[in-house]
Design a protein around this ligand. Structure first.
Ligand code: GLP
Length: 262
């Protein structure tokens, strides 16, 4: 796992976007990008939009798969993750909307839909890079504590903590959906690169558990430790509880030195 500790939110967004753009350019014909919602990746999406507008970063051949969606919310519902993605990214770049995939919260047969979603990911060639945030209870996507670490896309019941965390996006807490369709931990682990972002003191404790604690279904983000290419980009506040903070900074410095020598 590579851990980058940056000065602030702006820096993690910039570094995250740089990595995404770099990977996109390696596969200009068929890049598959996994996307996340929540407030954390908004800055990264802003930076990608800037790169598209100012530097011509091309999304026309990119296929995307979002991690999750609330059950019962249609794509045009203002609190749906589909709407969030339109507003924060898709409407501002040259993406082909036919290549955009967000789980269908209105699926009549959610189980069948989940299997279909898995199939679509495979048919697209698998996810090249998956953007991730981390929930207050250590979840990735909506893989709540206790989720099987081998789980696939399915319907999950949200924990009270997640409902409370996400209530800020709704008029009142009773409007927060109780279920979601989410990629499984196993699905996410198949992405070639996992890029997890976190910022703010609120995430410090859970982030330390995910990065340096035991691998456990209690903190599904801890599965990143088993991933062959997991990149974690955090700000100083989110990194405050990491035991090996100085080592991660040292590694980054050494890698920079090596680059300069080349
Ligand atoms: C939701 C999403 C997650 C996201 C988490 C954290 O639960 N399903 O994918 O990582 O929120 O959100 P935020 O970035 O707003 O802290």
């Amino acid at each position: 796992m590579e851990v980058f500790i940056e000065k602030d939110y702006e820096e993690i967004s910039r570094k995250g976007a740089e990595i995404v753009a770099e990977e996109m350019k390696k596969k200009p014909e068929n890049f598959v990008l996994g996307l996340a919602t929540g407030s954390t990746p908004v800055g990264l999406y802003k930076e990608l939009i800037r790169m598209h507008k100012e530097e011509g970063l091309d999304f026309s051949k990119v296929t995307t798969f979002n991690l999750d969606e609330y059950c019962g919310l249609a794509p045009d519902h203002e609190q749906s993750y589909h709407y969030f993605m339109d507003e924060n990214l898709f409407n501002h770049i040259n993406i082909d909307k036919k290549k955009v995939h967000v789980p269908d919260g209105m699926a009549e047969d959610p189980e069948a839909f989940c299997q279909e979603y898995e199939k679509m990911i495979v048919e697209a060639g698998g996810i090249d890079l998956q953007v991730l945030g981390i929930g207050g209870d250590g979840h990735i996507a909506f893989n709540e504590p206790g989720s099987s670490l081998g789980s696939r896309t399915r319907v999950k019941t949200l924990t009270q903590e997640t409902i409370e965390d996400n209530a800020r996006f709704f008029e009142n807490i009773d409007n927060v959906p109780k279920y979601a369709i989410t990629m499984g931990v196993g699905t996410i682990m198949e992405a070639r690169i996992c890029l997890l972002l976190a910022n703010g003191a609120k995430k410090a404790e859970v982030l330390a558990k995910a990065v340096e604690g035991p691998i456990t279904a209690e903190v599904t983000a801890s599965m990143m430790q088993l991933h062959r290419q997991a990149i974690v980009i955090i700000d100083e506040e989110a990194g405050a509880r990491l035991k090996r903070k100085d080592y991660y900074k040292h590694v980054e410095k050494m890698a920079d030195l090596l680059k300069k020598k080349k």
